[in-house]
Ligand binder design. Structure first.
Ligand SMILES: Nc1nc2c(c(=O)[nH]1)N[C@H]1C(S)=C(S)[C@@H](COP(=O)(O)O)O[C@H]1N2
Ligand SMILES: [Mo]
Length: 321
């Protein structure tokens, strides 16, 4: 599939508050601190003109509802269990994670394994801003302007071997800086591990994010580098990645290990397959409250069925949930 960049006429710049959404080199440099951010700036050499800077990957067929979730909600209602299980724990405590220096080790079934400092990892990638619908398994959703590049661009650089069938991702595990890994030992078998089938990982919608709203990623959203898989439940979108392995066998993911009956390996957004403890047919679009619940019907593949349903042709998605 060709990389498609859309400018979305339904999103007015006045709706985009409080941060300007334009992918602006100077803006990123200004918000930047440290090496990683310098790399972001340099890898953006072919920066797009500001008039076409609002690039948009199709967020399903509900353009009217697809106004962006305010920056405040995106960065204050989070899941990042390394820092606690409450939705406001990550915004409160993730700052304690040191993200500079940062390196990512890529190995397994690749011809060019290596451990790269973030600045080297990002060099040469054309950073884009893409707006993706993001939906969590606990039935809330957001529409976020991420800054990053397709995961396939990164994987190709390491040359996956033909025997490779899956990709495994691991989050940093540093007890001294992650209070949730100290107090909740036994909940998740740290480090947090996620995985994709290699063809899912190579799909142009699977995205490596290094920023949102034109800024480098806040700690609570998975700084300095995280995955975004917009057609799957949020738990697949692993944060603060330090290791990536191409494998032959299906990786054992943290949530599957913890609760196999509740969290499958595929985790494609599917309103027809309920979570054992709640319906998956509806979602609350953030920000929501008792007075304004913002409840909307959930779409198959989170609205991206046209783009990704082919990946699962012939599969029973009730069994492979
Ligand atoms: N390392 C790590 N990655 C993680 C999680 C986590 O607890 N630890 N939570 C996941 C879940 S359940 C969700 S819904 C999303 C939330 O991403 P956000 O806080 O940026 O919205 O991150 C996912 N990635
Ligand atoms: Mo989630």
């Amino acid at each position: 599939m060709r990389k498609t960049i859309y400018t979305d006429p339904s999103i007015q710049s006045s709706e985009i508050t409080p941060e300007p959404v334009f992918l602006n080199r100077r803006h990123l440099m200004k918000s930047a601190g440290g090496l990683a951010s310098a790399a972001i700036a340099s890898s953006m050499a072919p920066a797009k003109a500001s008039t076409e800077a609002l690039v948009y990957a199709p967020a399903g067929d509900r353009s009217l509802e697809d106004q962006l979730t305010p920056f405040k909600a995106v960065t204050s209602y989070n899941n990042f269990y390394e820092f606690g299980t409450d939705k406001d724990d990550p915004a409160r405590y993730a700052e304690s994670m040191t993200i500079d220096p940062w390196s990512v080790k890529v190995g397994g079934l690749v011809n060019q394994p290596g451990q790269l400092h973030l600045e080297d990892l990002l060099t040469g990638f054309d950073l884009e801003e893409r707006i993706y619908r993001f939906r969590c398994v606990e039935a809330w959703s957001m529409v976020v302007p991420w800054v990053g590049f397709p995961l396939s661009d990164l994987l190709r650089r390491f040359e996956p071997k033909s025997e490779g069938r899956f990709v495994e991702f691991k989050t940093l595990y540093r007890r001294s800086e992650m209070r949730g890994t100290r107090s909740f030992t036994g909940v998740i078998d740290w480090p947090y591990v996620e995985g994709l089938r290699l063809d899912e990982a190579m799909h142009p919608l699977a995205f490596i994010a290094v920023g949102l709203y034109g800024k480098t990623l806040p700690h609570q959203n998975g700084a300095p580098v995280r995955l975004v898989v917009p057609w799957k439940y949020g738990f697949k979108s692993i944060k603060s990645i330090v290791e990536i392995n191409v494998t032959e066998a299906q990786p054992r993911t943290s949530w599957q290990t913890l609760q196999p009956a509740e969290y499958g390996f595929y985790a494609n957004v599917n309103p027809d397959v309920d979570h054992p403890r709640w319906s998956q047919g509806f979602e609350r679009k953030l920000p929501s409250s008792v007075f304004r619940p913002n409840r909307v019907r959930t779409l198959p593949f989170n609205g991206y069925a046209d783009q990704v349903a082919d990946l699962y042709a012939g599969m029973d998605l009730r069994r492979d949930y």
